[in-house]
Design a protein around this ligand. Structure first.
Ligand code: ASP
Length: 305
């Protein structure tokens, strides 16, 4: 609802919401969509933004997360958007600075704003914008979301597996044992594991709407793990042939960056069922609402979203 409210607001009114406020983007890992959308969102609300990235700052010289956070606070930052390779870093930074910290992805742990934009994308693509305004425990009843690929290293999979079942969706995690160990995730209710991608896709669309959410193999987190890419592509790539045979009506999603020809074929990424660009657009809207929530009128406590 907050996202829809901010989205419908006239530009002038929106630009006054955080006028004069300072937002710092602190990125220890690369990012395209998350960083740009948080930055554009903050600017559309009238805030001043500054970017600190590990590659061009004193972080390279060995400055700690704490000292970097305290420096940003001393410079007037009122909110920090943090991407960090260590799970839990946003919670530490919030505690150390007392500022609201928005988690833009922490290691293999969580990517909450991604799950929120994915939820909005599923609701709007399946049911239209109105159904995305108010969500209930029944909003995704009957919907199956098959999340496929490198689940082990994926904060996107974890956040979606936490969020989507709360709204009634069934989440099926699919991938080979190396990338999806049977016991690694501490699965909650509404989440299952599948090894056979074709069968999982068929089942997903058998009794209701199905979503195929594809994930990149996170090379930077493989830590020496060897994968037979030919075999992986044969078993898990989402391509036109597999879509046509197993799930012709499924909605296709990917958080990006996509590696075309590996986990997803170009024809599917660009096809009519692809919601990839909707995900990006919803990212901007959702992150705008998150910033209002963290910094908007009414004062703020230390919030970690
Ligand atoms: N962009 C997503 C993330 O930061 C997914 C990925 O990198 O593959 O987690």
């Amino acid at each position: 609802a907050a996202t829809a409210r901010v989205e419908r607001m006239p530009h002038g009114e929106r630009a006054r919401m955080l006028a004069g406020r300072r937002v710092a983007l602190l990125f220890y890992e690369s990012s395209t969509r998350t960083r740009t959308s948080f930055e554009l969102a903050a600017k559309s609300l009238g805030a001043t933004t500054t970017l600190v990235s590990d590659k061009s700052s004193s972080i390279e010289k060995g400055e700690s997360l704490k000292d970097t956070g305290l420096t940003l606070r001393a410079l007037g930052a009122e909110c920090i958007i943090l991407r960090h390779p260590a799970s839990g870093a946003p919670f530490l930074l919030a505690r150390m600075t007392g500022l609201p910290v928005l988690n833009a992805g922490d290691g293999m742990h969580a990517h909450p704003s991604q799950a929120l934009l994915d939820l909005r994308t599923i609701l709007t693509r399946l049911y239209g914008a109105e159904r995305a305004v108010t969500v209930t425990a029944e909003s995704l009843r009957g919907v199956t979301v098959v999340i496929t690929g490198d689940i082990l290293h994926s904060r996107v999979a974890r956040s979606n597996a936490m969020l989507l079942p709360k709204l009634g969706a069934k989440v099926v995690l699919c991938g080979p044992e190396e990338l999806l160990p049977e016991d690694a995730l501490g699965l909650g209710s509404g989440v299952e594991i599948a090894r056979d991608f074709d069968a999982a896709l068929r089942q997903a669309v058998a009794h209701g709407p199905g979503v195929a959410m594809m994930l990149r193999i996170q090379k930077e987190r493989l830590a020496g793990m060897e994968l037979d890419l030919g075999d992986y592509i044969a078993r898990y790539q989402l391509n036109g042939e597999r879509m046509a045979a197993c799930a012709p009506g499924a909605l296709v999603m990917h958080p990006g960056p996509m590696i075309r020809g590996l986990e997803i074929a170009g024809d599917v990424a660009d096809g009519p069922q692809s919601a990839v660009e909707d995900q990006v657009r919803n990212g901007l809207a959702v992150r705008t609402a998150l910033l209002v929530r963290a910094l908007g009128a009414g004062g703020f406590e230390s919030v970690t979203v």
